[in-house]
Structures are given as structure tokens and as C-alpha cells.
Design a protein around this ligand. Structure first.
Ligand SMILES: [Zn+2]
Length: 89
């Protein structure tokens, strides 16, 4: 069902992994102009990211750790780009 295994880039840190999963599911997005990650506040995309963390954590990482990493990354990312004007969208 989750056909996401094949092209996820290898990342060195659990945070990098969590970020790539969140990007992959569309839970976060990179500002095209400034490169900041933005939380898209999409609950379904978040759910998918947590599903991946639970069922397909990176090698050597427990599901609990992977879920915590997703939460950490989500907690560290705002829903707007700090450099974009507030009404840019
Ligand atoms: Zn921006």
C-alpha cells in the first residue's frame, strides 16, 4: 500500500530522514524562494508520515524513535516561511 520505499534518499541523521518523509508525504514543503521548510498543516499528510515512521523506520532505528523524530521536525517547523511576506500566498 505505501509504495514509498524505493526512492527515499539515504540520509545521515534521523532528523534528515524525518524531514524527507514529511516532504515525501506533503506534510511540509520547501519555500521555493528561500528554502525554508514550512508546515502545511495537513493532517492526512502527517498521518502518512507517522505511518511510514511506524512501519518503515530507517535501518537500526526503532519505530518509537522514528515517530519521535517526525514529531520533533514538525515541532521545529513553522507554517509560514520566515522570509516571505505574510500575505504572499
Ligand atoms: Zn519564503
Amino acid at each position: 500500500m505505501l509504495m514509498t520505499k524505493e526512492r527515499r534518499p539515504a540520509t545521515r541523521t534521523i532528523e534528515g530522514w524525518a524531514r524527507s518523509v514529511l516532504l515525501e508525504t506533503g506534510a511540509i514543503r520547501e519555500c521555493e524562494e528561500h528554502g525554508w521548510m514550512r508546515d502545511r498543516t495537513d493532517p492526512h499528510a502527517r498521518d502518512r508520515a507517522f505511518l511510514i515512521a511506524r512501519h518503515d523506520p530507517p535501518p537500526g532505528v526503532s519505530a518509537e524513535r522514528a515517530v519521535a523524530a517526525i514529531e520533533d521536525v514538525l515541532g521545529s517547523i513553522g507554517d509560514t516561511c520566515p522570509e516571505c511576506p505574510p500575505d504572499a500566498e
